[in-house]
Design a protein around this ligand. Sequence first.
Ligand code: GAP
Length: 446
Amino acid sequence: MEKQQDRVMNEIVSLCKRRGFFFQSSEIYGGLNACWDSGPLGVELKNNIKREWWREMVQLRQDVEGLDAAILMHPRVWEASGHVESFVDPLIECKNCRKRFRADEITSDKCPSCGNAALTEPRMFNLMFKTFLGPLEEEENTIYLRPETAQGIYVNYQNVMVTTRQKIPFGIAQIGKAFRNEISPGNFIFRSREFEQMEMQFFVNPKEADKWFEYWREKRWNWYLAMGFAPDKIHWHQHSENELAHYAKAAYDIEFDFPFGRKELEGVHNRGDYDLTRHQQYSGKNLEYNDTIAGERYIPYIIETSGGVDRCALAVLCDAYTVEPERNTDEMRTVLKMHPKLSPIKVGVFPLVKKDGMPEVAREICTELRKSFMVFYDEKDSIGRRYRRQDEAGTPFCVTVDGQTLQDQTVTIRERDTMVQVRVKIDEIARMIDEYTGSWKRDKGI
Ligand code: GAP
């Protein structure tokens, strides 16, 4: 029998496809494993997450600068970073069904898929995608698709510091694609081979690293709360000695209770002086910081916050996914109760009927609201069905133009979570949406 968690996850995946959040990459060719395309709603959701992150991490701060480094980097970067040597997973293959697993997924001498005891010895597999720079496919032209955005920040730390006249402590933030040839991708967009990261690297005096580590842990935790996550669904996980990545001195993950288990959303790491020391060694460039205030020279320590955009989007969808009774009917409705600031569409606009000038007025309202918000115009099917379509998309407000609108310039505005409707003047709609978005709290109504 299908487990409850599997059923919920299957429903979320199916809603994502049906409503245009995420599609399998190259679907008409049978799909490309563990690569996903963001559809019209998915791209809005991800843009909203990225915008909120950028606002918090860059726009509102004096001490963090933005960057957008190239995906392709000098191959020596990945030697210096330790990825060529250490970004490996032990891979075990089943000789019977040919399925491949990370060693940590094998708990007995039997294949988890077919149950056969024909497993190979583990062999090391590097997760970086390789390609060639220029026309010659030769070993010396090998370069990599970046497996993390962080290295683009480290190699630019002096460029950014000099051009912005920042002094330590300061940070550099970046959002961008990363690629990993994962052995066991899965759980929909949770672990894919192409994904987006939101990373911030904060450069500090080594003596102050512990203080800043705690500071960023708190900031990042509060950011997830501000995105509307139910506080009892996110958790800290401290890395034990044997979990720590090759660069990390200390690390905590923020985890979320996905339907398929408690899993990492974001890591906060104290990377020590590992990265800049290695880049200094491999590039031959002096990356020391001359701290005129403390009167010392040192290689800065780095506190990193590293989250996944796609993973955050999936967590938002899972957290928001609700099936509950429809008001005044015995039917059920599916609704995405996400924070309105993350909702792909902010307002649906409907004429009650397709006549008597109502579509014209509704379209005029759309044109006006579109200057500020993502708007969806819908005149097809009954009002109830139109509401339900927007509930499934997570749209926080639906505006309906009816007979009264034509007389007194008012519309009904219906709130997604409570389904409560109020009547407002047309020129009040935008202000109302802003106000409710600003004060939205889980389980609070209009
Ligand atoms: N620079 C440090 C770093 O990359 P990581 O823990 O390997 O650390 C950071 O990755 C975040 O990137 C994860 O918390 C996750 O949100 C996201 N991420 C990593 N691998 C991913 C994958 N295969 N698919 C989707 N997101 C991934």
